[in-house]
Design a binder for this molecule. Structure first.
Ligand code: SAM
Length: 390
């Protein structure tokens, strides 16, 4: 069975390693851009569905800027396929909003490289997208993200170009369709609908993107979506006289970002219980501000060994009020000193710091993988102990 910390083709090499999706989430703190993480998850979810139907080709993005969205789009390509990245870059861009003068092509390449060891799959084209000719490209594309020029002409041309190179059943994401600051996008898209009826079918709206499917296709992707991701909430709406899914709640709240990879999203809790906690007592008491130890048996119920060592896997807790409201999320850790094999148990003395205020509290026991995840955040059950401070 595949270890739950493996993703893509990369194997687990260090004791602490974030998954691709966790590293990508963290990248939003450092990479400039206009993309949202949840748009990336929406792309991945639908791409997983078409991939399941055998559609996995090259991918393309018009308007890459520093590469924030390109990192997600690159992950959607089929095995051995390419990412075509199109942008005016600074050589051609005169728009101050994009920081003309700054070399953002360099940033783009550096940022892509921070996620993908080799850039062999990357084809960068510094050109106005309107000059691209579909005849000069193979018709092998399964995903296109259109996020370049936002005038009606540019939008129309980009939709025409992208839909000409997409495989039947492939996906096209359009940025800013509903953004009142860019009315040209909607205008260009509606013009496309008028002149090219029956080429693009809207599927989903969310996170400032509209996702279309290239017709003809016999796939019912929204029905597949409901079957594959039954816990993900959406509203039903209609666009271009077609039923569409409307996403509002951040998609990250539905998925186990550790067990998931861009090619396969795993719903929260679906990876099963990875660890159980059995405290020696269900009720404890302490003086205000006092520190004490509660022995807890931790059992590894996953199929993989938990790594041992300092600052790797720590037993800890979240302090809650009597009613279950968060009081203090991060608390002292007691690290597993040695690796814990699947099915094995370890007794750990959980250090608890009683809060200064007298009253009743709950201690919610959880495991933290430093820099990677709290087990609770990926759906692992925690364990509650009552704490009386008096
Ligand atoms: C909104 S930014 C893209 C943001 C990026 N996708 C992200 O998620 O961070 C738009 C980009 O499109 C590029 N662009 C604008 N007009 C273009 C055109 N006609 N052809 C190609 N690229 C264009 C700009 O240089 C800019 O980098």
């Amino acid at each position: 069975m595949e270890a739950w910390w493996r993703f893509g083709d990369e194997s687990y090499t260090e004791a602490v390693q974030r998954s691709f999706l966790q590293s990508y989430l963290a990248a939003f703190q450092r990479i400039e851009g206009w993309f949202s993480y949840d748009a990336g998850l929406m792309f991945m979810a639908y791409n997983q569905l078409i991939r399941g139907a055998g559609i996995a080709g090259d991918v393309l993005e018009i308007g890459v800027y520093h590469g924030l969205s390109s990192i997600a789009v690159a992950a959607l390509r089929g095995p051995g396929r390419k990412l075509y990245a199109i942008d005016l870059f600074e050589e051609l861009q005169s728009n101050e909003a994009y920081g003309s003068g700054a070399s953002y092509r360099k940033f783009f390449e550096q940022n892509i490289q921070s996620f993908y060891a080799s850039l062999d799959f990357l084809v960068t084209i510094a050109q106005a997208s309107g000059q691209l000719k579909a005849e000069e490209f193979p018709r092998t594309f399964s995903f296109c993200h259109v996020d370049g020029g936002h005038s009606s002409e540019e939008t129309f041309d980009d939709l025409k170009f992208a839909s000409d190179i997409l495989l039947p059943g492939g996906l096209l994401a359009l940025d800013d369709y509903f953004n009142p600051q860019h009315p040209g996008v909607c205008e260009g898209a509606v013009e496309f609908l008028r002149r090219q009826e029956g080429v693009l079918k809207p599927l989903a709206i969310g996170f400032n993107k509209v996702l279309f499917q290239r017709l003809p296709s016999s796939l019912d992707l929204n029905a597949d979506f409901s079957k594959t991701f039954p816990t993900v909430q959406h509203l039903d709406s209609t666009m271009w006289k077609t039923p569409v899914f409307l996403f509002g709640t951040p998609l990250r709240s539905y998925f186990d970002l550790y067990a998931s990879g861009p090619e396969r999203l795993v719903p929260l809790g679906a990876a099963g219980t990875r660890a159980t906690f059995s405290p020696e007592k269900a009720k404890v008491s302490a003086g205000p501000g006092k520190t004490f130890a509660l022995p807890v048996t931790v059992k590894n119920t996953s199929v993989d060994t938990f790594p041992g060592g300092d600052r790797v896997l720590g037993l800890s807790y979240h302090l809650l009020s009597e009613q279950g409201k968060p009081v203090q999320h991060d608390n002292a850790r007691c690290y597993l000193k040695t690796a814990l094999e699947p099915g094995r148990e370890a007794k750990v003395n959980l250090r608890i710091d009683a809060p200064p205020g007298p009253g009743r509290y709950q201690v919610e026991i959880d495991l933290v993988w430093e820099g990677v995840m709290w087990f609770k955040d990926v759906g692992n059950p925690t364990c509650l102990v009552e704490l009386e401070v008096s």
